[in-house]
Design a protein around this ligand. Sequence first.
Ligand SMILES: *Cc1c(COP(=O)(O)O)cnc(C)c1O
Length: 439
Amino acid sequence: MAKTLPKSGTPRDAVMQQLKALHADDAKWKDGRTFSLVYFAGDEVSALLKDAYSEFIAENGLSPVAFPSLRQMECEVVSMAASLLGGDDDVAGTMTSGGTESIMMAIKTAREWGRKVKGLKRPHVIVPASAHPAFDKAMHYFDVDYSHAPLQADFRVDVAAMEALIRPETVLLVGSAPAYPHGVIDDITAIAGLAKSLGLLCHVDACLGGFFLPFARMLGRPVAPFDFAVDGVTSMSADLHKYGYAAKGASVVLYRTGALRRHQFFTYAGWNGGLYASPSFCGTRPGGAIAAAWAVMHHLGEAGYLTRAQSIIDSTKAMQAGIRDIAGLHVLGEPVGGVFAFGSDSLNVYELGDAMDARGWKLDRQMSPPALHVMVTPAHAAVWAQFLTDLAECAKSLAAGEPAPDGSAAMYGMVGSIPDKSQVDDFLGEFLDGLFNRA
Ligand SMILES: *Cc1c(COP(=O)(O)O)cnc(C)c1O
């Protein structure tokens, strides 16, 4: 029988015990054996996030009038993010629940701008093929017309191909800094320059790089221009809950001017319930996420972010050198930070992924080209050497013809052989159905 609400309550200690037991089968992110989903900046930061989140766990960011505390913290977080990302005092923004919401808001803003300022019925957007699926989701939710621009051999978007896709309805060109799959930064100077020359908007998705690249640059890493310092960039997304090390549910979306941000807002004056004004997608906005982001930015400061960026840079360098040393493996493109992918001309990388799974390493699988994905955090400083040892051993045994342990290789091989990816969508829908069946 499906689970129902318990008739009577359970004591707090017993509930907490059950909660803790539920962790058992979860990804072991703390020991650095996973490469996405969790950005761990150390126990001390985690404890601060918990305290800050709890302090504002009840407060609701929907009403800045009722909670001036949240309004102040949000404005300060946005301001700190804007100045890190080359913005002047005109740059305006809001916090959101994450990268997806930030991107949705940027797309909705571009659509409204196209309708109201350009008088277009059906505004059109151009997005690199490597851009995060949050863009496809935003187009789907907001019914915006869009095209994917292909990538060059170096995995950056082909700006000439992007230009060729521009039509009279086009309102926005997108670039990533960096793109999730290969960790390379699109040529933002070229994209923004093109957009500006035609009077279009340009969004830079720095969800991943927004709180890493500025520090990598301060540390002397060569980082191509990607932020508001580039003429023509009109909006940016940057995730606090990634390399900003905030609690989950925190990102910023920024605009070159307050006038542009105005298109993001939703207001409704005709409701019986009173005047309604909502800055972003969500209605109720958790105060805890705002407070935790504010807290970690103040606690780490530039110095704290620099230390963590340096750790990531060092681990990444070592990992990439080690991967290049393993026969048959290569790093894709020229990744700029701790996010990168590696592939192989001689081995089945999905089998390699399964072999690594069996040793407790969870690497994400990528397609076209087949690759394994790495996302380095400070948690990996202690384990990259063991990672390389295991990877070399797994690669060697596969090269010797030993069978890989059972895993997802067969499925990825199958999916890779289907040219029409819309057929795979049905399969993914069924997968979700199965996952969320009632308990
Ligand atoms: C993570 C990510 C997103 C989406 O962010 P969520 O917080 O998962 O919604 C968008 N763009 C890039 C480049 C990302 O890495």
